[in-house]
Design a protein around this ligand. Sequence first.
Ligand SMILES: Cc1cc2nc3c(=O)[nH]c(=O)nc-3n(C[C@H](O)[C@H](O)[C@H](O)COP(=O)(O)OP(=O)(O)OC[C@H]3O[C@@H](n4cnc5c(N)ncnc54)[C@H](O)[C@@H]3O)c2cc1C
Length: 465
Amino acid sequence: MADNYDVIVLGSGPGGYVAAIRCAQLGLKTAIVERENLGGICLNWGCIPTKALLRSAEIFHYMQNAKDYGLMAEKISADLDAVVKRSRGVAKQLNQGVTHLMKKNKITVHMGDGKLIGKGKLSVTRDGKVEELTAKNIIIATGARARDLPQLKADGKRVWTYRHAMTPPEMPKKLLVVGSGAIGIEFASFYNDMGADVTVVEMLDRIVPVEDADVSAFLEKALTKQGMKILTGAKIDKIATGDKGVTATIKDKAGKDVTDEYSHVIVAIGIVPNVENLGLEDVGVEPDQRFHIKTDDFGRTNVDGVWAIGDVTAPPWLAHKASHEGVIVAEAIAGNHPHALDVRNIPGCTYCHPQIASVGLTEAKAKEAGYEVKVGNFPFIGNGKAIALGEAEGFVKTVFDAKTGELLGAHMIGAEVTEMIQGYTVGKTLETTEAELMETVFPHPTISEAMHESVLAAYGRAIHI
Ligand SMILES: Cc1cc2nc3c(=O)[nH]c(=O)nc-3n(C[C@H](O)[C@H](O)[C@H](O)COP(=O)(O)OP(=O)(O)OC[C@H]3O[C@@H](n4cnc5c(N)ncnc54)[C@H](O)[C@@H]3O)c2cc1C
């Protein structure tokens, strides 16, 4: 007889495992199906192991600049294998943490490939053995994978996806990173700090193109100063692996073909949703135009009893978005009345050096949406703590609706901004205005004071510039 549940979650990333825990907390008999590692991409191959790598790179950078702090560090070197080993250890620790959470919440884990085989029915295949499960509700949380370059498939030797870049067979000497979104820029930053000669190629006219244009411009300058080569408005024309590595011909901004050899290439041109072989067509679940699963604001697909969350659905493709959706779906299944997720209030962080963090509309998007805006800008050089830390590179930009004072967006670049953005995110979620932010007392000395000053600057009241 098939095992019967109230809810089966297919995929155990930050969307799936969080949904499963909330379902269990709400008293629903819950199972989770996973074909690879509990914790999904985020804990095993994404957010967390990259941050472990970047932490090593950050410490290496500080060691190399020790004398700026009056300290001596001699004969400094990096052991890439040890850096990677630490990162894998961190991923393993978190994977075990999810295993523990499943046990604690009495969630049954079925390891294997899951597939919908009818209404409320799912098969799980492992090593040729098939088991059948049934449930009133199935949550699809199968995530996404790296998109390949049409001309060149990643082979793990010279051409890497993020998985290869996280467990490199050797240190790249001359690295080409294709794509300057968060993933591409984080790896470019890591390998640049570790000593590789890094070139980033971006098709659009600026790097980190979803961020505010001022942030893109500042980051480009900072990375160039660190020795990186940045090619924007540029396209890979030809690319092929050869004896020495990869030969790429890039059409630059001016339309000129530039051919160069690279030891390795990281392809970071986006993701494709994992929708294949899930039996979606058989049960009639509809995709959107980009082949992600279409849902309403509460994760319902067009098929009764089938829900979807996370990277397999609409953007933004971020772990915290997936987890938040997981909770919404669990509440909806339990018959509660959750709030729909407001994508305007989802922060985004990139952990390059300097870091980037933002929430809400960029200045350009706010204007495009018809707002008359007030914009504040405060540089880190006006912040005492940033100077004391030796991290005076960065700024905080805020965008307000000039009519109502509503905070529309906040954009930061510099040290610790990925920790600070949550202040503005809480504010935005509570629909804060400039008046409330000005009334808020910020602790001294902290870099967060720059957040206050940026708000004051939007209204011509900044103190320290
Ligand atoms: C290098 C990198 C760095 C990143 N850094 C960040 C970051 O700093 N912050 C951030 O917010 N986001 C980051 N992301 C994105 C983040 O990892 C994803 O948004 C997040 O993992 C999506 O969660 P999910 O639950 O939707 O899916 P996933 O985490 O992709 O999990 C899906 C799971 O489903 C399983 N699965 C798929 N199909 C089946 C099947 N048929 N049967 C059984 N199991 C199946 C997969 O094995 C996987 O474990 C990063 C991504 C990458 C690649």
